[in-house]
Design a protein around this ligand. Structure first.
Ligand SMILES: [Zn+2]
Length: 258
C-alpha cells in the first residue's frame, strides 16, 4: 500500500517536473498594421508611400525578421518557441486594390508574406463590378482567389459591413453573413479576424470562438507576446502610419532575437 502511494507520488513529481520543463516560452511577435500603399503620399494616415514600404521591409530583413501567417505563430507559440527566428506578422486591413497592384509584387520579391483582412460587403465578384467607396477601390473575389493561390497572402475576415463591434445589434448575423460570403464566393473559410476600428466586445469574441476563429487582431498599439495563456482573439498590433510618427529606430526592430 505504502509503496504504491510512493510510486504514485514519484510519478506525480516526475509529471510536474516534465510539465515545467516543457512549459512554453513567451515570444515577442511584432504584428504590423497597414492598409494601403501608393507611389504618392496622399496625406491620409493609412496610405504608406511605396518607397517607405520598401524601406521598412529592407529594415526588417536587415534586422533578421521572418514573416509568418497569423495561425502559424499561434500554434507554434502555444507549444514551444517558434522555429522561425524573429517571427513577425504583416497585416493589411480592408482589402485595397493596391495589395494586388503594388504590395504583392514587392512582398514576393523580398520574400515576405502577409495577412489581408476584408469586409465581405465591400468585395464584388469580378473586377467589372468592383466596389469603390470612400476614395478606395476594393479587391474582388476573383482577385482574392488568385492572390491566395499565389501564396504571398492569406486572407482573414474584417466583418461583413465594417461596423464597430459595439454598434453591432446582432454579432451572430454579422459573422454568419461574412462567413457565407467567404465560403460561397471565396471558396474557403477564414480562421483569422481583424476587428473593424479595433473594437471588440464579449459577445463578438464569443461568436468568433464558436465559429472556429483561432486568431483575431485589434488596434491596441504594442508588440504581442505569444505564449500559453495569451488571448489569441485579442492580439495587439504596431501601427504603420502614412503620416505622423514613423517606425524609424523602433526598439523592437533594433532589438536582438525576441
Ligand atoms: Zn478597416
Amino acid at each position: 500500500m505504502i509503496s504504491s502511494v510512493l510510486k504514485v507520488g514519484l510519478w506525480c513529481t516526475g509529471l510536474i517536473a516534465g510539465l515545467v520543463a516543457c512549459s512554453p516560452r513567451a515570444q515577442t511577435v511584432p504584428i504590423l498594421m497597414l492598409h494601403r500603399v501608393a507611389d504618392e503620399a496622399s496625406g491620409d494616415m493609412w496610405t504608406l508611400k511605396t518607397a517607405e514600404f520598401e524601406r521598412l521591409l529592407g529594415e526588417l530583413t536587415h534586422a533578421g525578421f521572418h514573416s509568418v501567417f497569423a495561425d502559424e505563430i499561434i500554434w507554434r507559440g502555444l507549444g514551444r518557441k517558434s522555429p522561425v527566428s524573429k517571427p513577425l506578422i504583416l497585416t493589411f486591413d480592408d482589402g485595397d486594390l493596391s495589395l494586388l497592384t503594388t504590395v504583392e509584387p514587392i512582398l514576393r520579391r523580398r520574400g515576405f508574406k502577409a495577412m489581408v483582412y476584408v469586409s465581405t460587403a465591400n468585395i464584388a465578384d469580378t473586377p467589372d463590378h468592383r466596389i469603390h467607396a470612400e476614395g478606395r477601390d476594393y479587391l474582388t473575389w476573383t482577385e482574392i482567389r488568385s492572390l491566395r493561390a499565389g501564396g504571398v497572402f492569406e486572407f482573414g475576415a474584417h466583418g461583413h459591413r465594417h461596423i464597430r463591434a459595439d454598434q453591432l445589434i446582432d454579432p451572430d448575423a454579422e459573422i454568419r453573413d461574412c462567413l457565407a460570403a467567404f465560403e460561397t464566393l471565396g471558396g474557403f473559410r477564414p480562421t483569422s479576424y481583424s476587428y473593424p476600428f479595433g473594437v471588440y466586445t464579449k459577445p463578438l469574441v464569443a461568436v468568433l470562438r464558436r465559429a472556429g476563429f483561432t486568431t483575431a487582431v485589434t488596434c491596441t498599439e504594442r508588440t504581442a507576446r505569444i505564449a500559453f495563456g495569451t488571448k489569441p482573439l485579442k492580439l495587439p498590433r504596431i501601427w504603420v502610419r502614412g503620416v505622423g510618427p514613423s517606425l524609424d529606430g523602433a526598439e523592437w526592430i533594433k532589438g536582438d532575437s525576441p
